[in-house]
Design a protein around this ligand. Structure first.
Ligand code: GN1
Ligand code: MG
Length: 359
């Protein structure tokens, strides 16, 4: 079946003119569908190996987009079509996905005159912080129950266990590389400390809230004036700790190079980005943040490069079964990069804490 036929399964308007690859996500396949009608669309093949329960996945997204739309309407905001994603129903089932049993597809309206960035300056980081804080604040009273689309997605205890299991199985024979062993040894001393969030949660000191859980810089749409229009890539919106959104944004934005750059000598966790993002985030999240959440934001800034290093390294050891790679050592290069970022962030925790206290 070709793309125009798949697109025709959904309630699109107009005739498909062209279909081209779009964006650079590591999980799903994303395509831009141009039409002769009023709208263009984003068509995605959902990676069902990772999102096992697509019905639950789209249920979450339907609830989240409906609630965001409702809250923004209530607040009297205009231009909602550019501020909330709209997924199209399938003509046959009315659900916001379609499957032929082999592949799972979904389609949303392309937001007009919107831009994504791979890097941001402090000014845009401030807007992003305010936007992600607001995203969490708006979803705080969502009436629906959202499921975990990937259970224990940001659970560091689980990610550490998966890394140990990968090393034990050594399925691709990659532990013969001394660098891989060296990375495992380098990570181990920090493991317990990085699992702090799960302990705080068990002790009843840290709540789960609805979070975005993939707050990479490029998951936010800006308008031509640099104002945030909306947050995209809603696959992982689920109950998590606020550390997820705070930490994952900084993981991508405070790194002076891309997460897969081999130029690790350039890596220095950017405090100007931290400060701007933290200011923005706290301005919109202060209504609900508890003291424990707030004082652990520097920990969150370390946790996410650490967790991502564990995930990239586990995938490398497993033989690259999860993330898309462009060359054989890609996951190893990514791990090097994230470990360097972790070390740099870790050395700046006192500075981050002092800064937060002054806000
Ligand atoms: C994946 O889908 P994408 O490329 O935005 C991953 C994130 C990682 C990120 C690393 C479902 O995000 O958790 O942080 O790659 N998403 C999933 O770049 O695993
Ligand atoms: Mg993405």
């Amino acid at each position: 079946m070709d793309y125009p036929d798949i697109a025709a399964r959904f309630e699109i308007t107009g005739k498909v003119l062209s279909v081209k690859p779009f964006g650079n996500g590591l999980i799903n396949d994303t395509l831009l569908v141009r039409t002769d009608g009023p709208d263009d669309y984003v068509l995605q093949r959902i990676n069902q190996g990772i999102f096992r329960d697509v019905d639950l996945l789209q249920h979450n997204i339907d609830c989240v987009t409906a609630h965001l739309r409702h809250k923004l309407e209530e607040a009297g905001e205009s231009d909602l079509e550019r501020k909330v994603l709209r997924f199209l129903p399938c003509r046959e089932t009315g659900k916001t996905y379609w499957t032929d049993g082999a592949s799972w597809w979904r389609m949303s309206v392309l937001i007009r005159d919107a831009f994504t960035f791979e890097t941001v300056d402090p000014e845009y980081s401030g807007y992003a912080g305010a936007a992600f804080g607001r995203f969490e604040a708006l979803l705080a009273d969502i009436p629906d129950t959202l499921g975990e689309t990937i259970p224990d997605f940001h659970n560091m205890e689980l990610r550490a266990r998966q890394l140990h299991e990968a090393a034990e199985a050594d399925a691709a024979g990659r532990l013969s590389n001394p660098e891989v062993r060296g990375m495992l040894d380098a990570m181990l001393p920090f493991e317990e400390e990085m699992c702090k969030a799960e302990r705080l949660h068990r002790e009843g000191l840290l709540p789960k809230r609805i979070c975005h859980c993939d707050t990479k810089v490029n998951n936010m749409l800006f308008d031509a004036d640099g104002k945030v229009l909306c947050v995209i890539d809603l696959d992982t919106v689920m109950p998590s700790f606020v550390f997820s959104d705070f930490g994952d944004f900084l993981r991508t934005a405070a790194n002076p190079v891309a997460e897969d750059s081999p130029e690790i000598e350039k890596i220095d966790f950017r405090m100007d980005i931290f400060e701007a993002f933290a200011r923005g985030y706290i301005s919109s999240a202060k209504s609900f943040l508890t003291p424990v959440e707030r004082e652990n934001l520097p920990y969150a800034a370390c946790l996410f490069p650490y967790m991502q290093a564990a995930r990239f390294l586990a995938d490398y050891i497993n033989g690259d079964t999860y993330y898309k790679i462009a060359y054989p050592e890609h996951n190893l290069v990514r791990t090097r990069n994230q470990l360097a970022l972790f070390r740099s962030a870790y050395s700046k925790v006192p500075e981050m804490s002092a800064l937060l206290e002054s806000l």
